[in-house]
Design a protein around this ligand. Sequence first.
Ligand SMILES: [Fe+2]
Length: 279
Amino acid sequence: MSIPIILAIFVGDKRLCNILGPRKDNLYIFNDIPMFWFTKKKSPARLFYHTDLHSHIIPGIDDGSQDVATSIDLLRHMQSWGITHAIATPHVTAGTFENSLDTIDAPYRLLCDEARRHDIDIEISYSAEYRMDENFRKMLDSGGTEFIPLPHNYLLVENSFMQPPIDLDNLLFTLQLKGYKPILAHPERYSYYFHNKDIYKHLHSNGGMFQVNLLSFTGHYGKPQKELAWWLARNGMVDFVGTDLHHAEHTRVIGEWLAGKEYQRFEKELQNIKNDTLI
Ligand SMILES: [Fe+2]
């Protein structure tokens, strides 16, 4: 059996292809064969929004990236996902990462220079992720002028992972009195809230906006966090989504997940997030 006949049988349906040949050089050419015979269609691994408001990409000042090379690698991944604006949010936590303008600005400028040198096409800026601890209270008591807010005076705040602030309602209220719009970082990750879904409704209806981690939707932190992320989405309580990137493993997980089916559901259900209102 000649090669063209074997191939015609293999392809099976003459409506789908037009096999010509042999040519003079004994090569066979194929016209009009739909590309799906040869390439599996893959969803583009890109996010539907372009602004990330939570990451630890400024090198050497918290538990995120420890050097510029790692930061550049994280930024390259963000760029490949379609992020055009990355707002870095180093931790500000009493006793461990007591960051301020004095510690953030120099490594930030270094990162911007290196990003330019590596042709990274992302506008990088910074704010911070404030743990609501004793130092935070001092800053708030002294007027809150030391805070480095996100655009439009949003302020990214987080609970301790051990227990919530005893006066969380009051802290959120005081922030609003001082003109800030508090965004609670990754509320789906606090295990003491796992069995108290009413708390989410309470906090959200009292002016606390929610930033859920993209990694939570993937299941990276565990099943309860994933279920809560999706539950918050279904109930219209996801105001922002953040990568919370710290290291290369996070980029691997997000990259693989973006190419999968679950991302399509994410894109459909999270259309109302406000990430791109920050630019
Ligand atoms: Fe974070």
